[in-house]
Design a protein around this ligand. Structure first.
Ligand code: AMP
Length: 463
């Protein structure tokens, strides 16, 4: 199957070819033809599966056809607005009337969707995409809205502010997308979403994407879609097959920090995301790693949007090698260079584990996800295993063995002895990490283990 056979406009196919996309991903193969026919969609697909293009390509196709049908003598509504201004007519305030709205849980995901849209729509001259995000200055957003963009990508809270002050009118909306809908509900956006949906025409096309279509998100999806095509790309059990998962038991914080330091010196590591439970820990650990000679940076919700964008940009450019992040801030990060995810603290919910490990193994690459776990947290690992329906193998590195064994035996493997098939839930692959003392390819060999935090014990949920 090719993008042409999916029925996409030549200007979009051209942009995709230039982006290096040779064929559609499974979610694109199923979603694009149905969406091109105007059908509503309810899609459960894994993170990194190509879901952004799955909803954006059919939407852009609609804009491409409208451009093609456009007759040169006619004026678009935006040109009408401009010529009224050039005739010296006092511009009447007119709210933005977008044709498409994409709602995302986080600013990072919204920016990513905006960037992808610009890439896929590079040959569409009349399509403007604007992101409306919390943390962005209001005057700047007013300027963007005054351009009457065709596509809005927004986080729910800030969008509601603009709706309530009459800056946006959804009466012309044709396409509504809810991206990572399960996460938006987890973050408490349900009322905002209901309010936004109620402000859009019933005739709209609705596409909802979510890691799961069970429970509350499933019932909301059914409420807001009409005769949707339901697409289930991967169940929880089959997700992340390209990501090897490991658990390392640690005795205390000092052991955890030494192990983290060792893991980050792995020669197969290009870039890593280290997850912490608290914003404070993200800052503290990033500082310590910097002192130890790593190019590390923190990313969390207390940082201003500008600082968050700069950090993500540095990560994308490879200037940051280790990102120390909290769950919400790291949601949706799509950087192909991330080879490792380390759970310094376990997430509060098993769903977050799935989102965290999905930061690696992007765009079809392999990844490694390592959880550093206290013996008392074994129960939480089991909870994650039940959720993902995958057993996570225990690994032990020579010189970093825990003194205690886990409360329930989890059959630790021999140090350095990973064999294909050991992974049980994951895909067999080379074990290219944990080589003590191996020289780094990137010169990060200097510095010893960073600080010992006094050996205090943390338990699950200690945040
Ligand atoms: P997403 O699931 O939308 O976050 O996409 C994950 C990654 O896959 C992004 O880096 C996309 O640029 C990339 N991607 C999406 N569709 C394709 C495709 N058909 N071929 C190659 N890469 C793709």
């Amino acid at each position: 199957m090719t993008f042409e056979t999916l029925g996409l406009h030549s200007s979009i196919v051209k942009a995709l070819t230039e982006a290096g996309y040779t064929k559609p991903t499974p979610v694109q193969e199923q979603a694009v033809p149905a969406a091109l026919q105007g059908r509503d969609l309810m899609v459960s697909s894994q993170t990194g599966s190509g879901k952004t293009a799955a909803f954006m390509l059919p939407a852009l196709n609609k804009f491409a056809l409208a451009e093609q049908a456009f007759q040169p003598g006619l004026k678009t509504p935006n040109q009408e607005r401009q010529s009224a201004r050039s005739r010296g007519e006092r511009p009447r305030f007119q709210p933005a009337q977008p044709k498409m709205l994409v709602l995302t849980p986080t600013r990072e995901l919204a920016l990513q969707v905006t960037t992808a849209t610009t890439k896929y729509g590079t040959y569409l001259r009349r399509v403007r995409t604007v992101s409306i995000l919390g943390g962005m200055p209001y005057p700047k957003q007013m300027q963007l809205l005054a351009k009457n963009p065709e596509i809005l990508v927004a986080t729910p809270g800030r969008l509601i502010d603009h709706m309530e002050s009459g800056k946006i009118d959804f009466s012309q909306l044709e396409i509504l997308v809810l991206d990572e809908a399960d996460r938006m509900l987890d973050m408490g956006f349900i009322e905002d979403i209901e309010k936004i949906v109620a402000a859009t025409p019933e005739s709209r096309q609705t596409m909802l994407f979510s890691a799961t279509l069970d429970g509350v998100v499933g019932s909301m999806a059914k409420r807001i879609t009409r005769d949707p095509l339901v697409i289930q790309i991967a169940s929880a059990a089959s997700r992340h097959e390209n990501i090897q998962q490991r658990v390392h038991f640690v005795d205390d914080l000092s052991h955890k920090n030494r192990l983290l330091d060792h893991l980050l010196r792995d020669t197969s590591l290009d870039q890593a995301v280290v997850f912490t439970a608290t914003k404070r820990d993200a800052d503290t650990i990033a500082d310590r790693l910097n002192i130890a000679g790593f190019a590390a940076a923190a990313l969390h919700g207390d940082m201003h949007q500008g600082a968050r964008n700069r950090t993500l940009d540095a990560l994308r450019r490879g200037h940051v090698r280790v990102l120390v992040a909290t769950d919400v801030a790291a949601r949706g990060i799509d950087v192909p260079g991330i080879t490792h995810v380390v759970n310094y603290d376990l997430p509060k919910f098993p769903e977050d584990y799935v989102h965290r490990i999905g930061r690696t193994g992007r765009a079809g690459r392999n990844g490694l996800a390592i959880s550093l776990v206290n013996h008392s947290e074994n129960i939480n690992i089991k909870r994650i295993e039940r959720f993902t329906k995958q057993l996570i193998p225990v690994d032990v590195i020579e010189g970093y063995e825990p003194k205690k064994t886990a409360s329930a035996p989890r059959s630790p493997r021999k140090p350095g002895g990973w064999k294909p098939g050991d992974n049980r839930g994951g895909k067999p692959g080379q074990r290219s990490f944990s080589k003590p003392g191996a020289p780094r390819k990137d010169g990060y060999n200097k510095g010893s283990h960073f600080g010992d935090n006094g050996g205090g014990r943390r338990s699950y949920g200690d945040r």
